[in-house]
Design a protein around this ligand. Sequence first.
Ligand code: CO
Length: 208
Amino acid sequence: MEPDQFFKNNKEWVSEQLALDANYFENLSKGQAPEYLYIGCSDSRVPPETMMGIKPGEVFVHRNIANLVLNTDLSAMSIINFAVEHLKVNHIIVCGHYYCGGVQAAMQSSDMGILNPWLRNIRDVYRLHKTELDQIDNEEEQYKRLIELNVQEQCVNVLKTTSVQKAYNDRKIKVHGWVFDLQSGKLIDLRIDFKAILKEIMEIYRIG
Ligand code: CO
């Protein structure tokens, strides 16, 4: 597709919105108050707005390769801090997806240059859950489980941050672990038992 097409699409979209509500953009410009922070993969096949059916203003979004939440990543840490302390979101979603190229690349022993230290975090997830993962014979199933466990570990990383711990004490902010199944188009709630995880990790990671 030529870039010109995007401007044509945009023009159409603007007229459609204005036909529904003449003050749509005027209202949009006044500010945002999203209830949700979404952290997902940059993969072009996983667009949160489309798969969740959300409108502008409803979700604050952060995307990177393999939906990682790292405490040395200034961008991710700033986004969590801003969303929790200023926008006062009540939910944080970490959403992975099956057939994630980032997770697959991480598990291959090839030199990925600048991506090596980034993807190594996924190998750390593997190491943490090696016993469970090594018991899965089918390679595709093993990747799928690693993708789910990566979501779980990134949720744990969200819970390790000071702003989320404070918001959990103040207003019981909720953290959700989801996976998008590219093959069926379905969004899956991993129903991670956060109370149990929280209890376990707080012994080590409690701040304040
Ligand atoms: Co991905």
